[in-house]
Design a protein around this ligand. Sequence first.
Ligand code: PSU
Ligand code: MN
Length: 302
Amino acid sequence: MTIPLSISPAVKSALEEGWPVVALESTIISHGLPRPDNLEAARRFEQLLTDMGVVPATIAVLDGELKAGLTDDELVRVASEDIPKLSVRDLPIALARGGSGATTVAATSSIAHIAGIRVFATGGLGGVHRGASETFDESADLTVLSQVPITVVSAGVKSILDIPATLERLETLSVPVLGYGTTRFPSFWLTDSGHELDWSVPDAAAVADVMAARDALGQQAGILVANPLPVEQQLDPAVHDRALADALRMADEQGLSGKEVTPFLLLTIVGLTGGESLAVNLKIAENNIRVAGEIALSWAGR
Ligand code: PSU
Ligand code: MN
């Protein structure tokens, strides 16, 4: 069986010509943002890259095919159909059954790599959940990032997670973490998680230098670029702390587990903050997409 991978014509020619390409995930569209804002956001995410001269490649699984680069009709499907959230372990099942689904950071990274894409923008990477020493809930995003040579731009990880444990796991998994213009690890809605990073880069060209050095060493892992939201755009910390505590308690009361946990917390926090977290979430994704675009431009220019 050959890999059923369908690359859109725009992405295909960009990859052949060495033009800049940025992969975008689809779980944020289907499970991370409420309808109908999600479709509008998905289109805006792509437009941001196009305006920079970078080709967007939104990634998903549709009708048993891995897709890199979606048509507008396909974006509409991802935003409006009740499709499952697919991580890497779900991909062979979706393909064998001719199914469709939205891809997490882990699955998007894996498909982007198969397609030959090196740079990927998300909102927030998954990580180690609170209470993981009992539940073992750690996102496959971390292990996949240790195996796939992709550069992921993320606003750190969400404060719904155990951030120090996530940083420890990234160290064990040998994933380089670069603070983008900062030495502090961001916590998604908040600019500063309070955790210090070992390394900071000033700009996109410096990230491309690290990517080239990584390739020269033949390392396996990808690179995490931690890109904080400017402090004046972050969620009000008091609003954040209250909503987070309530959402965690509700998830606990409902006994949620597995892949349901992250989408539940994200959408519950949107409700609890009266939509404020959603506005911030969108700014985060856009901010990361712009930085990923700059990195892709730098990488293509080498
Ligand atoms: N970041 C967001 N919104 C999201 C997610 C991340 O801003 O919806 C998704 C990503 O697809 C990420 C997934 O890969 O949550 C992690 O899920 P889990 O914790 O079940 O691995
Ligand atoms: Mn999980």
